[in-house]
Design a protein around this ligand. Structure first.
Ligand code: NAG
Ligand code: NAG
Ligand code: NAG
Ligand code: NAG
Ligand code: NAG
Ligand code: NAG
Ligand code: NAG
Length: 436
């Protein structure tokens, strides 16, 4: 099974640590550990997963670096009415450029006041000792970002339906929203799939429906991973078909936050027009390496084509890729994220993969911004990059060091709840508000 490792990621370099990874994969497989314990549905520990992006070396992290240029919606030529409104917003203030400033008021909810925090993201309950990471708020450079107002949000959402569509980071995001809203009205879970990856909640007194749809590629995919994230075969990706799971429900949604990304880094065989046209990270089968960029771009094009041509009109947010903060290793090789302070603007560079993914996202977004669709960018990549302190790290497990353990698996990809991901909802609320 451990035959599909390659160390290149196309045009950009990746550290050569595959042998390490393979060793890890083998030993994990041999002992039959439950790999689901970390990213079972985002980064699995299966042997056919390509290693995640290279580490930002510690020296690099500490040296002040120029951050990547933030393309803002005002560089987009929006025709039509919605867009004029959006342009006005953009002129007023770019919500996605700014810095994290101290805020003693603390989070909108805690582990005590929210009951739907997934164990792996419940850092407070899991014994994370520091709490400084809870006392920052995002401050756009040219304006204030008001705190999410759950009463106002729910009043805007009477008789409406909202969906988060994507991978486990989308689930992380929906849980933040659920926690914030549950301070006003508790949500009632009305549906979950077998694996508890897709769910629907109702807020009865507002007749508001909130969904999360698990579709890590957004397009049609055959994934041969068991619940432990162990893969028995390569992923088959169909670059000309959307995942019907969300496509068929789309007509039910008034608002959609769609996001893709990290799953495209995995080994996969690409299909188009009923034939295999290439692959990513495969070897030994004489297929053309097309690169994850190719598949990710195709996937986003399919998404935008579908939304653009649909008779159903929804407000659609494209959320940009989420950065991880593993240092001195990866998730499989002892990487950790024990920083307790945000970075300042310009102190950290994005990894190559995140930059490439975000560039694809922005390019495809801009190409589609002239359609008659209410399309909005939720460009959270750079502001999230500044929050290495916001991940569970070892506190993805309850009291990881209680038994004197020294080697503990870290999660430096998902976000603690409460935590910096709550600000993604502040931004959603502000964009909605400015549009009114
Ligand atoms: C834009 O809005 C105005 C009124 O606000 C309306 O008269 C006009 O037809 C709209 N244009 C388009 C392209 O929808
Ligand atoms: C919430 O976290 C605190 C530590 O921050 C802990 O003492 C408390 O027991 C936790 N509450 C619940 C309900 O898990
Ligand atoms: C709830 O909202 C849906 C969708 O707008 C609507 O069809 C339904 O009648 C509403 N139900 C109530 C009880 O208001
Ligand atoms: C919600 O839907 C119900 C039933 O269709 C309707 O009576 C009510 O006016 C709607 N409320 C809003 C705010 O649209
Ligand atoms: C798939 O078919 C379409 C239409 O028949 C064609 O435009 C496209 O180039 C084909 N794609 C590939 C990769 O063969
Ligand atoms: C591999 O693919 C190349 C180019 O398509 C072809 O020329 C070659 O014969 C193939 N080799 C094998 C072993 O199939
Ligand atoms: C983070 O962990 C490393 C390695 O264990 C240690 O050297 C460093 O001092 C830690 N940093 C903080 C802020 O705890």
């Amino acid at each position: 099974m451990v035959k599909r490792m390659r160390s290149d990621l196309g045009p950009f370099s990746l550290q050569k640590h595959n042998h390490v990874f393979v060793k890890f994969a083998v030993s994990f497989l041999l002992v039959g550990l439950a790999f689901r314990f970390l990213f079972w549905d985002s980064f699995s520990f299966s042997s056919v997963v390509e290693p995640p992006p290279p580490l930002v070396a510690k020296e690099e992290v500490q040296a002040p670096l120029i951050s990547f240029p933030v393309q803002t919606p005002d560089s987009v030529d929006f025709p039509g009415n919605d867009s004029q409104i959006f342009q006005k917003v953009a002129e007023k203030c770019d919500l996605f450029v700014g810095s994290w400033i101290e805020d003693l008021s603390g989070p909108a909810y805690t582990n005590e006041s929210c009951h739907v925090i997934e164990n792996h993201q419940n850092c407070m309950t899991n014994g994370r000792p520091d709490s400084g990471y809870l006392h920052w708020r995002w401050k756009p450079r040219d304006c204030e970002l008001p705190r999410f107002n759950p009463e106002k949000f729910l009043d805007m959402m009477i008789n409406k339906s909202w969906a988060f569509i994507g991978d486990s980071i989308s689930r992380n995001h929906v849980q933040s929203l659920l926690c914030i809203l549950s301070q006003v009205e508790p949500a009632v879970e009305v549906y979950h799939d077998e694996e508890y990856r897709s769910k629907i909640w109702k807020f009865p007194s507002h007749n508001f429906t909130l969904s999360v749809v698990w579709t890590p590629f957004l397009i049609k995919a055959a994934i041969f991973e068991d619940m432990n994230g162990v893969s028995s075969s390569e992923i088959q990706l169909y670059l000309d078909s959307l995942d019907s799971k969300w496509k068929e429900q789309y007509k039910n949604f008034d608002y959609v936050v769609i996001a893709g990304g990290k799953w495209f880094l995995k080994t996969a065989i690409y299909h188009e027009n009923g034939t295999v046209t290439g692959c990513h990270y495969c070897s030994g089968n004489n297929l053309t390496e097309l690169g994850f960029e190719y598949a990710y771009r195709k996937a986003l094009q399919l998404v935008f084509d579908f939304i653009g041509n649909s008779d159903h009109k929804a407000t659609v947010f494209l959320r940009t890729t989420t950065p991880d903060h593993f240092e001195n290793g990866e998730w499989f090789s002892g990487g950790y994220c024990n920083r307790t302070l945000p970075f300042k603007e310009g102190e950290i560079d994005p990894r190559d993969v995140d930059k490439i993914m975000r560039d694809i996202e922005l390019e495809e977004f801009e190409k589609n911004s002239n359609r008659r669709v209410d399309l909005k960018l939720l460009d959270t990549t750079s502001l999230s990059l500044l929050r290495p302190d916001g991940h569970p790290g070892p506190y993805r497990q309850s009291h990881p060091f209680a038994e004197g353990e020294t080697k503990v698996q870290n999660d430096c990809l998902h976000w603690c709840l409460p935590g910096p991901i709550d600000s993604w909802n502040d931004l959603l609320m502000e964009i909605l508000d400015q549009q009114q």
